[in-house]
Write a protein of this length. Sequence first.
Length: 130
Amino acid sequence: MFGATLVAPGSPLAQDKPPAAGNPKLYTVVDGYKVDSNTMNGFRAWRSGACDRCHGANQEGLVGPSLLDGLKTLSKEEFVKTVRDGRLEKGMVGFSTSKMVMDNIDNLYAYLKGRSDGAITRAKVEELKQ
């Protein structure tokens, strides 16, 4: 995860509203690759951060670890801290200055958790048509 793209508010990549506090559902997925708009924004944040450079196009790991495995045990708080602050000793930069990633941190977590859970069966997703 190296590069970052800033996105203006109101642009097609800008974050949708996060799930309501009373709604524990992180993501909605149909047919293994059609996802809700928030989860789609998580995928966009993944792409914006170029996370695939280290974690692989399918999140299975390259020079960075597999996120499919990692998100089985990593808490959301640990995930947010890792993405925000990085793990420089392991070669991961932080994304605290990436507006796209930080505005969509919950959505990014939902996307990657859906991949780790096996509900999202392919890395490249499409937005559900409502």
